[in-house]
Design a protein around this ligand. Structure first.
Ligand SMILES: Cc1cc2nc3c(=O)[nH]c(=O)nc-3n(C[C@H](O)[C@H](O)[C@H](O)COP(=O)(O)O)c2cc1C
Length: 222
């Protein structure tokens, strides 16, 4: 495996927002999790834990989550960003517009954008969903370690031909997630990863996000 191979794999991954219904075999999911757990963590604490749904469990969760979302409320365990200033706001807007343009939601179409946002709570029709939690005692560094795990999971899945999307939106309803998945109160729900096989023909999967040039994100010294 060369850096070029890894770069090619990373370039192929994207956040999938339309899945086909066919399930991923349990052995493949196990292999993805086994690979993802190789990521580093501070003191090798490996703070991640996943609740993974398949089959009817995904459908029951999807229905209950949708009900929660329709009822409204926003109570994540981890505070959502308070703002996206400057360049972060620009990047956020750009990727939002890319999505809306792809699915045919015009600027200013609030109902259309709300409908697309609600697709989060249908898990974009994915056949599987993983809920990632971290021990509250490990604080932001536990969350940092789990962020690495999320990336490891997405990359391992990509290598297996499985599409993914990390979803903070799902973590909006943390009290419900604690109840539904029996996640103890001393753990923080961080995000979900919905996964399965991508529907390549769905317009929601028809765009790719950009990245800032290397020189914009590195301060070279020496
Ligand atoms: C922690 C995290 C949370 C995310 N939450 C959501 C989400 O709730 N809904 C969504 O549509 N995309 C979500 N995304 C996907 C990002 O929008 C996406 O990664 C970003 O726009 C870059 O595009 P790419 O993943 O296709 O390369 C999330 C990504 C990460 C890493």
């Amino acid at each position: 495996m060369t850096l070029d191979d890894l770069d090619a794999l990373m370039a192929r991954r994207f956040s999938c927002r339309a899945f086909r219904p066919d399930a991923v075999p349990r052995e493949t999911i196990e292999q993805i999790v086994a690979a993802a757990r190789r990521v580093p963590s501070w003191c090798n604490a490996q703070p991640w834990h996943l609740a993974i749904t398949s089959g009817e469990e995904t459908d029951a969760f999807r229905a209950a989550l949708m009900e929660q979302a329709m009822a409204g409320g926003h109570e994540p365990d981890l505070p959502f960003p308070s703002s996206y200033p400057g360049v972060y706001r620009d990047r956020r807007r750009t990727c939002g517009w890319q999505l809306y343009e792809a699915v045919g939601v015009e600027k200013g179409d609030r109902a259309g954008s709300a409908r697309q946002m609600m697709r989060n709570f249908e898990l974009f029709d994915a056949p599987h969903c993983a809920i990632i939690s971290s021990p509250a005692d490990l604080g932001p560094y536990g969350a940092l370690d789990c962020g690495g795990f999320v990336t490891g999971f997405c990359m391992a899945a990509q290598a297996a031909g499985v599409a993914t999307i990390p979803q903070a939106a799902v973590a909006s309803f943390a009290p419900f997630l604690h109840r539904w998945f029996d996640i103890p109160e001393d753990r923080l729900v961080l995000c979900a990863i919905s996964f399965g096989h991508a529907d390549p023909d769905d317009p929601a999967n028809g765009f790719r996000t950009g990245r800032a040039p290397v020189d914009d994100i590195v301060t070279w010294r020496g």
